[in-house]
Design a protein around this ligand. Sequence first.
Ligand SMILES: [Zn+2]
Ligand SMILES: [Zn+2]
Length: 305
Amino acid sequence: MLPKPSPRLGQLGFLYFPPYRVEGYSIAGEATAVTVPEFDVCFDIGVCFKPMLTSRFIAISHGHMDHVAGLPYYFSQRWFQGMGMGTCVCDRRIEPALRTMMLGWVDVEQQRTSHEIVGLAPGEHHEIKHNIFLGPFEVDHTVPSVGWGIVERRTKLRDEFIGQPQERLRQLKQEGVEITREVRVPQVAYIGDTLPGPHLLADPVRRARIVIIECTFFEPGHKERAITGKHVHADDIAELCERIEAEAIVLTHVSRRTNLGLAKKMLHERLGEAHSGRVHLLMDHPGNRARYEQQCAEAEQQASA
Ligand SMILES: [Zn+2]
Ligand SMILES: [Zn+2]
């Protein structure tokens, strides 16, 4: 028998939910790195391909190798290619360990790589663009682990001032009256490895437009394994669909052993017609390609109408 070529490694999953793209690579235990280019953020960096490199921010969920291994390479390549220093935001509990890791690389390479690591605790935020904030929330895995929410802060006119003429509003403002209030609009939530629980219904997840979440197990017999490894099972996704508002739910961290065709069939059965259209597998290349081609065709049709 002839030797087989290696499986096509490095092919990136791609999904478009206007105006946001979700792009990345994610196989349980191997590597997970998922970017949303419009926010300049890459969630986890188990591997660092070009699209991850162009993200100015890396948000790490937890310290397992398949979520962190690409980080020193990311810092080094950003610098080497003149892309400016990258910033890693992480759970405050693993910040010292990540710093120690970067210090280790100084000895290995005999040179110092510029980098920025920002440790955050749940409730704290890092501003990544004007009025757009990235912040962690606690999840439940075998090691300290957080999810991330990208939340936009908008100012809105207070209800009692709606309909008032501009001049009056300007006058009130000059008098020091607070005429606006702040509203928080969760855009994207990312959940690395976790057991399901109430943390998946916290505001940044429940109200987000796009939820990117791990789903490692699909088969009915694998529920126990999901609980032991503190991972999400497809049954949990069905339940989650009922309780979160997201227009799109992107599943990552599917194991290489999982047959994608079978996983899609099982998901469809569990989710039913009502939710099937909302749930996507990041690494379902044929399905996602067909979906994107459809989007392109529709856009073309609209342009020519
Ligand atoms: Zn993992
Ligand atoms: Zn893990």
